[in-house]
Design a protein around this ligand. Structure first.
Ligand code: ATP
Ligand code: MG
Length: 214
């Protein structure tokens, strides 16, 4: 590979990382509790750029596509839930896929009870950075300082005992393929904005401190 080919490969990798996008939903508990502003403020303060936003009462169709009926997805969801239950001393005789299916049904009900705020956030490693700011799925073990750690107190244990979804305020895409699929599901291309702001220079312009620019 020539030097210039190598440079253009590195440049396109850098652009991909800097312009990564992720889908965030403020779930009905966040909307009802008046936490929309707090949540948006946390992502803004971290330096992410809001490139799409709307309030939406999700249809059954969009929810069924968001939390898919895919066997691998349901099995992974069920396995994660089962491991979490065992860790907290709860046993469940259902198979992972049965638990995954059950969680999916509960999620459909939970997300349909009031509007949700759907957003697309963009920036360096947006997917990982947003997940870090959101905190882990079970609010009781989410880090202090994270959205789920600071702004809610529900637990997966209570949710399981009461037979419902854990009310953890936010959904955020967990990896690039998921983000691409979810953004295309919730937003049309024209609802996503490509615009410049001061963060593009301060956070993302490698030349900002270059002597050539002075
Ligand atoms: P999200 O996908 O909503 O961002 P997450 O990636 O942290 O959350 P997932 O494992 O994808 O967690 O689960 C999706 C959602 O399902 C969770 O946010 C939560 O609302 C609900 N959920 C997950 N596991 C359980 C469980 N064991 N009991 C009840 N609800 C659960
Ligand atoms: Mg998830």
């Amino acid at each position: 590979m020539s030097k210039s080919q190598k440079k253009s490969e590195v440049d396109s990798k850098i652009m991909e990382i800097k312009r990564q996008q992720t889908l965030v939903l403020i779930k009905p508990d966040g909307v009802q509790r008046g936490l929309i502003g707090d949540v948006i403020g946390r992502f803004e303060k971290a330096g992410l750029k809001l490139v799409g936003m709307k309030m939406i009462s999700p249809s059954k169709e969009i929810l069924e596509k968001h939390y898919t009926n895919d066997v691998a997805y349901l099995t992974a969801l069920g396995e994660k839930a089962k491991a979490g239950m065992e860790k907290s001393g709860l046993s469940d005789s259902r198979t992972p896929i049965q638990i995954g299916q059950w969680i999916r049904n509960q999620l459909g009900r939970y997300l349909a009870i009031s509007p949700v705020v759907a957003m697309v956030w963009q920036g360096t490693h947006a997917i990982g950075n947003v997940r870090q700011l959101v905190g882990s799925t079970n609010p009781i073990s989410a880090d202090v300082g994270s959205i789920r750690g600071d702004l809610t107190i529900d637990t997966i244990e209570m949710a399981n005992l009461e037979g419902r979804s854990v009310r953890n305020l936010i959904h955020a895409s967990s990896e690039p393929e998921e983000a691409k699929r979810e953004i295309a599901l919730w937003f049309t291309k024209s609802e996503i904005y490509d615009y410049e702001n001061v963060m593009d220079k301060v956070l993302h312009d490698a030349e900002w401190d270059s002597p050539k620019k002075k």
